[in-house]
Design a protein around this ligand. Structure first.
Ligand code: TXA
Ligand code: MG
Length: 339
């Protein structure tokens, strides 16, 4: 790939970003969840540049970001009544709806599926960019495929610096985990990826079924479910149950003796349980929104610290904990220990 100089744009320079996008280029920008790598969703050549920059498998479809429901209506064949309820309640916000697509949406965006994933982001920079261009933006997370999603412009630069023309620096994103993906083409609606809008919040309005995990039998219902994600270089072990600390200490002792660099990700109040280990603090115990917002930064810190093994204490799967544990399971790639 040709080496580019990646320009860091300020939110005041949104017109420059819009200009690049109008020329068919890709630009990274902040959303309320994570940074996205955007391109004109209606231009197959522009969309191809997203896949090339990220090294993303071609069969993993993209989310199309819109200014509002009116723009979504131009891309889909129909919107079920219950999906309209969800749009009213959660948009703009971290909820992505999978709907039947119409002929306006190129197959390059949807990896040939006859559905399209759409959302209206709640970040002021994302919204002003969408308003400055007059087309919807296809945008996956702006990381190299397989890496943790970027929650700061510096994360984008580390992964995609030299591979994309520009990133708009809007500071740290809010939620820190990606949007919730909900398949609205089947009844009941099906949760494909837990995210910023919680299952409990959705269930207040509609019936929701859970997609089988990607380790179970059968084809994954969402192409993204089968790929490795959110993985730092370190081997991640997800440890749950009342004996977690004792187990982590026991296992790390042997590793430390072999000279390995070992870390543990735990709540701030529990840091003292792990003398001798590098502690990555999850913040105040039980603060799931706080943990979500720093999760990917912590996983990237594990790389910066050169950790070879990272033990992570499991958290509750309620509310944002469902999205957090989903990402941690993928980072652990099946290395789970319950005590
Ligand atoms: O918060 C977010 O959603 C961020 C920001 C940038 O908006 N975007 C993001 O995109 O996380 P990405 O590409 O990393 O994840 C999109 C997910 C993938 O798991 C993909 O398989 C799924 O959405 N998806 C996209 N289109 C789909 C479709 N038509 N049917 C089923 N799943 C789909
Ligand atoms: Mg992603």
């Amino acid at each position: 790939m040709e080496k580019l100089k990646t320009e860091v744009l300020l939110p005041e320079e949104i017109d420059k970003a819009a200009q690049l996008l109008a020329e068919g280029q890709v630009v990274a920008f902040p959303t309320e969840t994570v940074y996205g790598l955007g391109a004109n969703a209606l231009d197959p050549e522009a969309v191809a540049r997203i896949f090339a920059a990220k090294g993303r498998p071609q069969d993993n479809p993209l989310i199309v970001h819109c200014t509002g429901r009116e723009q979504v209506e131009e891309l889909v064949r129909e919107i079920p009544k219950e999906a309209r309820l969800l749009m009213e309640r959660f948009w703009p916000g971290p909820l992505t709806l999978v709907l039947p697509k119409n002929e306006v949406v190129p197959g390059e965006v949807t990896a040939g599926l006859d559905t399209v994933a759409v959302r209206v982001p709640a970040h002021p920079v994302a919204l002003s960019l969408l308003r400055a261009v007059n087309f919807p933006l296809a945008a996956p997370s702006a990381n190299l495929s397989g890496k943790p999603s970027p929650t700061r412009a510096e994360h984008v630069l580390r992964d995609l610096g030299g591979r994309i023309p520009a990133v708009v620096d809007g500071g740290e994103t809010g939620f820190g985990v990606e949007s919730t993906v909900l398949d609205c083409t089947r009844r009941p609606f099906r949760l494909l990826r837990p995210g910023g809008v919680t299952l409990e919040e959705l269930q207040e309005l509609v019936e929701v079924s859970l997609a089988p995990g990607h380790l179970e039998e059968g084809p994954p219902p969402s192409p993204g479910m089968k790929y490795e994600h959110y993985a730092p270089e370190a081997e991640v072990y997800l440890v749950s149950g009342p004996g977690a600390a004792a187990k982590i200490l026991e296992l790390s002792e042997a590793l430390l003796r072999k000279g390995q660099k070992v870390g543990v990700m735990t709540w701030q109040e529990r840091a003292g349980l792990y003398p001798g280990l590098t502690v990555l603090s999850m913040g105040p115990e039980g603060d799931l929104p706080g943990l979500a917002s720093r999760l990917y930064h912590l996983l990237r810190q594990a790389d910066d610290l050169g950790l070879e093994v990272l033990f992570v204490e499991a958290v509750s799967e309620r509310h944002l904990g469902l999205a957090i544990m989903n990402r941690l399971r993928k980072a652990a790639r099946g290395r789970e220990i319950s005590t």
